[in-house]
Design a protein around this ligand. Structure first.
Ligand code: PLP
Length: 360
């Protein structure tokens, strides 16, 4: 068996240790005689799985008691609607548009109320994060929305926007658990887990309790109310049980690795290796303003479409997979999430050096 270095933006690489453990437990989960896929979500065994997953996540992120942790379905994209449906009491919200995911969220919210796009980096193909220290936050805004790490463009908010007292809502899909966060600065933190945590099918929503109310927009389906899921501890209906089980294993792996501060250090070291090379390369160029560079998603180009295509093809042959950039940016993108080992980035940089020599 040989595994490639998988630089996919998502679904993405998972820790090998976790996959092996899941394989070992596939046919008989800890003496139950069945796999986690086959067991009732009301069983004692699954109850323990979901409770431990939540407890470990709370420990990793230092989540205060007045926040609920919800394990939901529907992808990150379903939150684009759930957030306005549950939070838009005044039917006004402010969005900071730093990429396609934030734009989609803003467009969806517009179905439910007034959306003010108070800042954007669309003028330069989302290659930077706008200054958010003094934005025209709307007086009656129910919340201010950001996409904290822009998976497609490779930018990250290094400082949270000044929301002038308004609730901050953040899509952290592609930077979830990549570094420590101060949960108290947010009203809602959410993300699809398929980027940096687990298999597709689970969305984690961390939400302050006062934002969970019955006072939702008229016509909001039961399944799209945060209250439904909060009241039932994410077991209102059948949850994405197997996905939650794998997320739980990844949380334990992160704890074993030393937690989020240790992950941040590792992620900085990996990203530095690649960014330093991009900065000195005569062939490859990073596409993002340096101060706003993501630790997770690293887009780069040669400036020549044919050469980009050749690079992606030859990299794949060398066991470096999924380096093609998003169609809206072109070029290449290396996603170097928590589970990508340092050796993977070393292999990528070595291959880039060789490619540069051969194609100078
Ligand atoms: C991938 C991604 C999404 C969309 O996720 P789905 O689970 O496919 O809906 C939303 N936001 C960000 C930041 C993403 O990276």
């Amino acid at each position: 068996m040989s595994r490639v270095y998988n630089f996919s933006a998502g679904p993405a690489v998972l820790p090998e240790e976790v996959l092996k453990e899941a394989a070992d437990e596939m046919l008989d989960y800890r003496g139950t005689g069945m796999s986690v896929m086959e067991m009732s979500h009301r069983s004692k065994a699954f109850e323990t799985i979901i409770q431990e997953a939540e407890a470990d996540l709370r420990e990793l992120m230092d989540i205060p008691d007045n926040y609920k942790v919800l394990f939901l379905q529907g992808g990150a994209s379903q939150q684009f609607a759930m957030i306005p449906m549950n939070l838009m009491k005044n039917r006004v919200a402010d969005y900071i548009v730093t990429g396609q995911w934030a734009k989609k969220a803003a467009d969806e919210a517009e179905k439910y109320g007034t959306v003010n796009r108070i800042a954007s980096s669309a003028d330069k193909t989302f290659s930077y994060i706008p200054d958010c220290s003094d934005l025209p936050v709307s007086e009656d805004a129910d919340y201010v929305y950001i996409c904290e790490n822009n998976t497609i463009y490779g930018t990250k908010f290094k400082e949270l926007p000044n929301t002038k007292g308004k609730t901050l809502v953040a899509d952290v899909s592609s930077c979830f658990l990549s570094e420590p966060v101060d949960v108290t600065k947010y009203g809602v933190i959410y993300g699809g887990v398929q980027k940096n945590i687990g298999p597709a099918g689970v969305v984690i929503v961390i939400i302050r309790e006062d934002l969970i109310t019955e006072d939702v927009l008229p016509g909001t389906p039961t399944m799209l109310k945060y209250k439904t899921h909060a009241d039932a501890d994410s077991l209102y209906n059948t949850p994405p049980a197997y996905g939650i089980y794998i997320c739980g294993k990844v949380f334990k792996w992160l704890k074993k690795m030393g937690g989020l501060s240790a992950m941040k250090e590792k992620n900085e070291k990996k990203a530095k290796l690649l960014y330093d090379f991009l900065d000195e390369s005569k062939l490859f160029k990073g596409t993002v303003e340096k101060k706003d560079r993501s630790l997770m998603n690293v887009p780069f180009v040669t400036g020549d479409k044919d050469l980009d295509a050749k690079f992606v093809k030859e990299a794949k042959e060398a066991g470096l997979e999924n380096l093609k950039g998003h169609r809206t940016v072109g070029g290449m993108r290396a996603s170097i999430y928590n589970a990508m080992p340092y050796e993977g980035v070393e292999a990528l940089v070595a291959f880039m050096k060789k490619f540069e020599e051969e194609n100078a």
